[in-house]
Design a protein around this ligand. Sequence first.
Ligand SMILES: [Mg+2]
Length: 255
Amino acid sequence: MKDVTPADWRFVLATDLDGTFLGGTTAMRRRLYDWIESNRDQVGLIYVTGRDPEFLPLIWDKGVPVPDYVVGDVGTTIAAVEGRRIAPIPTLEAEIAERWGDATSHVRALLDSAPGLRPQDTPFRYRMSYHYDPAAFDPGVIMPVEALGLDVLISHECYLDVLPRGVSKGPSLKRLMAHLGVAEEVMLVAGDTLNDLSLFQTGLAGAVVGGAEPALLEAVTALPRAHVCTAPGAGGILEAIATHRLHPEPPEAHP
Ligand SMILES: [Mg+2]
């Protein structure tokens, strides 16, 4: 990657991964990825994902562009990418760590054996995440968790995340952009499920990609800058770059 600073960026894509940057047809992904790589001196790339950072190098090995920064773990990790190393930015994470405190053990005691929940097999720092079965789940367990000063976020009808209160993808992305001094006008956020809603609530130009979760589609009807795309995944991002006129030479949305 070239040695470019965020001040050089004329366009920044802050994108969810699963179903969004990694979604769409092979041809759509190739077109988007090639356009980013050929404009890397002026295009910034930020992953905003529920994935934990250890997963990311696995997808880079498959030809997916390496980002400049990562907002990971549903917003509880904010990190720079140095070469192929993910380096958390302590000044940006301090408040997240403080809000989480020693919540892990309390959350585990409340939820690990709750009906309809199964802990995800990943060591998390400032969150807990579960596989979620809506048919078996008892919503009564949410209130005691919220009483600990935490937020509960359900998405895709199969994941339940417990996060420090007020921390999610959107607020963490804004914290990172302020730290980098990137203007809001150059940004596009993209996502496909409810845990991406906070990205669209930032008021930044948005791409709700085709095939998005119905609950997200309903929630963004009140958010005029969240463009609901026709094409899925990477194809939707291509469409939104052109629709929002975010780059003087946008990639072709259709071959
Ligand atoms: Mg997704």
